[in-house]
Design a protein around this ligand. Sequence first.
Ligand code: SF4
Ligand code: SF4
Length: 148
Amino acid sequence: MTAARPSREDDLAALCRACGLCCDGALFGRVPLAPDEAEPLRRRGLRVVGAGALEQPCAALSPSPDDRACTLYDERPAACRAFVCTLHATHAQSGGPLEPRLAVVRRARALLAELDRAQAAGEEPPLSLVAALRGELAASFGRAAAAK
Ligand code: SF4
Ligand code: SF4
């Protein structure tokens, strides 16, 4: 008996759990909150700053590099629910093999890791690295339309 192929919803969840770029500060510095969202999130230990914004990297993001789950998924703010990147939207619409989408995530994360490494070492990141990262993020991780 062969195992059932994961559903598209399963694939999308796996994609986000491999990625986390919209929660770890790579794409956004802060997530805007509705007025009634700030206090409950602050009480849960999340870093809410200014008039009501969730500081990133988000403290609700699982620290595991292999499983970047939102630990508040069912209670995440409206702005988190509303964001969906192009890569996610493309897979939601077209389906197909997940591996090429995961490869895009791995590429972006490798570039970000290289940038972090250079910055931690006090080095000027090569322009080629910065350009490659900008291109990768713009091509695949910009805002699409539908809910996440
Ligand atoms: S919505 Fe896009 S950027 Fe956010 S975790 Fe999922 S794949 Fe990554
Ligand atoms: S609350 Fe969840 S979905 Fe929103 S930024 Fe934090 S980890 Fe990401």
